[in-house]
Design a protein around this ligand. Structure first.
Ligand SMILES: Cc1ncc(COP(=O)(O)O)c(C=O)c1O
Length: 380
């Protein structure tokens, strides 16, 4: 029998517990189990935005562009170790949706002669819609599922299922796709800042993700693009903006893509949002992905055990090696329950058709939050 005291004991022994003090907590009684949608605000974020406002913008004015101009690359280098990328392989910019669009186009260009894009019909909607749109524009075919890859140009795939939290074997699936002659664009939105992953060890060459979930980058925080060094000179992207061109300020007659990761950029970066994102990313880097992943597995394991105790059904894998940092709970009144509990400061989220997601953000979620949140769910 798991008790609330067990949760408190786990919190007392948690080596990451002090990180919660680095975040703004709206009130001590809030139970926040939705960091998988929107991470909590680091206290430092507000200071950093204020510094950028008062010092860089209000005082130094346009001169600040001397160090703002390459901020997408600099913040990318802060993020790189969280995903096993090398310096110079990640840029933080624009939105996940846009970055999927760019990278799928880029991958298609690298794999001419094939006209099939493979994606799961259960993947996150924006990824599916972008793929459908590209296929329609180029006359490509979309195939749902990954069983057959021998005629596929590009596989587009989330590392962690946004509903069930099931984690794909990225290394095995990348190798299988490459052996079949397909490239893979991985979506790490639910993986970055949640699980320890080494994209180089997995052989992954192309990836995107967001920074507003487990990275605590802020609402609408810029997303990121990873392109492995070996593809950077040859990948072409479909939106030719001046931040991606060589000798940007020469204002030349034609677009000549830069030789490095910055060729994935578009136009003027969102400096305030980037500064905020950097704070969240740096906090995960400070805690370290090994410790974050270990606590995430413990939190989700605790949540699954509680589900069993409370008679709540979960499709989330029981093997910690096969799951990300949320637990999906099937409930016939999922939508109404999530809405009702939100009114009493217990925050989950809902996904169609009947899923309550309990997000476990290792830097902010306590075991007692998991306990109180799940205990508040009505038995189906
Ligand atoms: C897997 C995945 N891809 C993409 C997105 C969203 O894309 P965007 O950041 O452009 O809204 C989400 C949002 O939750 C997501 O879970």
């Amino acid at each position: 029998m798991i008790t609330r005291d067990d949760a408190l004991a786990l919190d007392a022994a948690d080596p990451l517990a002090s990180f919660r003090d680095r975040f703004h907590i709206p009130n001590p009684s809030v139970v926040y189990l939705d960091g998988n949608s929107l991470g909590m605000p680091p206290k430092r974020t507000l200071e950093r935005i204020s510094e950028i406002y008062h010092h860089d913008w209000a005082t130094d004015l346009i001169r600040s562009w001397d160090h703002w101009v390459d901020m997408p690359q600099r913040v990318g280098d802060v993020l790189a170790p969280l995903i096993g990328a090398h310096p110079g392989e990640v840029v933080v910019h624009d939105t996940t949706t846009l970055n999927v669009y760019q990278l799928v186009h880029g991958a298609i260009g690298l794999n001419p002669g094939r006209t099939v894009i493979a994606i799961s019909e259960h993947d996150f909607p924006t990824d599916r819609y972008v793929v459908d749109g590209i296929a329609e524009a180029l006359g490509y075919t979309v195939r749902h599922g990954f069983d057959r890859l021998d005629d596929v140009a590009v596989v587009v795939r989330s590392v962690i299922d946004y509903r069930t939290a099931e984690l794909v074997d990225v290394k095995a699936e990348t190798a299988r796709a490459h052996a079949a002659g397909a490239l893979v664009v991985w979506d790490l939105s639910h993986a970055v800042g949640a699980i320890e992953i080494d994209l180089h060890d997995c052989g992954a060459q192309l990836a995107i993700g967001c920074s507003y979930k487990f990275l605590n980058g802020g609402p609408g925080a810029p997303a990121w693009t990873y392109v492995a060094k070996e593809l950077q000179a040859s990948i072409r992207q479909p939106i030719w903006g001046w931040f991606a061109t060589e000798d940007q300020f020469a204002m030349g007659p034609e677009f000549r893509p830069r030789a490095d990761i910055a060729r994935m950029l578009l136009g003027t970066p969102t400096i305030m949002a980037l500064a905020a994102a950097e704070v969240g990313i740096a906090l995960s880097a400070e805690a370290g992905m090994r410790a974050i992943h270990t606590k995430g597995s413990a939190l989700t394991g605790f949540a699954i055990d509680l589900c069993d105790q409370l008679g709540l059904a979960t499709p989330t894998p029981r093997d910690p090696a096969r799951r990300g940092n949320h637990v999906a709970i099937e409930h016939p009144q999922a939508k109404a329950v999530v809405k009702e509990l939100a009114a009493s400061d217990i925050l989950f989220d809902f996904r169609e058709p009947n899923i309550i997601r309990a997000g476990c953000s290792p830097l902010t979620t306590r075991f007692v939050d998991v306990y109180d949140g799940l205990a508040a769910l009505p038995r189906p």
